[in-house]
Design a protein around this ligand. Structure first.
Ligand code: SF4
Length: 218
């Protein structure tokens, strides 16, 4: 593909998100949660683990721990027993307990900014972005494995580092569309633009993708 101007790339990015939104109007976060606290816990547990698996563990966990104080009164070992089916459960249980202890000491309120969320144990920039965006409507375009892979294939970034990818992507859409772009790229990566065998022949954005039909390795 000839070198694309910034304007042309932004126009293409708009077309891609519009097409994906038409195809998947139901796209939304696939973690099950009822409030901000449950969202934070679910996103913390979802690192390197499928949402589906997290959703099998959280109903019982949420029922036992309705507030941050309930988690704080537990122990990492007990929490570990309750999330054992989730990958990296030992580390996650430790971080969950430490984060909830901090939040309980502050009255159980969840920080509203991405920067403040990132200060919590076990909460990285991506997790903080997902929570800030879904719980508080803060514009954010967190980059997970799907967002990164699909964005590189679409020629929206050449970066591998998630923060650099996010920085590139944030130039392509206005902030009010960042959350939507994030969600649609995840859904596209989970349903069509698979890591190993992307379904280019049925992809609704194929005509806007420089990687269509090219043998893909990632
Ligand atoms: S054309 Fe293929 S590589 Fe490009 S976005 Fe669609 S599925 Fe992914």
């Amino acid at each position: 593909m000839a070198r694309e101007s910034k304007e042309a790339k932004r126009a293409r990015a708009k077309t891609v998100v519009d097409a994906l939104a038409r195809q998947m109007p139901e796209a939304k976060i696939e973690l099950t949660y009822g409030d901000e606290l449950q969202l934070l816990v679910a996103v913390m547990l979802s690192a390197q683990c499928t949402d589906k698996l997290v959703n099998t563990v959280t109903p019982a966990l949420f029922a036992r721990h309705p507030t941050a104080a309930h988690y704080a009164r537990s122990t990492p070992a007990l929490l570990g027993e309750q999330i054992r089916r989730v990958g990296l459960w030992r580390t996650k249980a430790k971080n969950l307990h430490a984060t909830m202890t901090l939040l309980a000491a502050e009255g159980g309120t969840i920080p509203r900014t991405r920067a403040a969320l990132e200060e919590l144990p076990g909460v990285g920039w991506k997790t903080a972005g997902v929570v800030a965006n879904h719980a508080f409507g803060t514009p954010a375009l967190p980059v997970d494995t799907h967002v990164g892979r699909v964005s590189r294939r679409l020629g929206f970034t050449a970066q591998e580092d998630p923060r650099k990818v996010e920085s590139d992507l944030s130039l392509l859409w206005p902030p009010e569309r960042w959350g939507l772009a994030h969600q649609l790229l995840i859904w596209h990566g989970r349903r069509t633009c698979f890591a190993r065998k992307p379904l280019c022949s049925t992809c609704v954005v194929a005509e806007h993708c420089p990687r269509k039909g090219v043998k893909l390795s990632g």
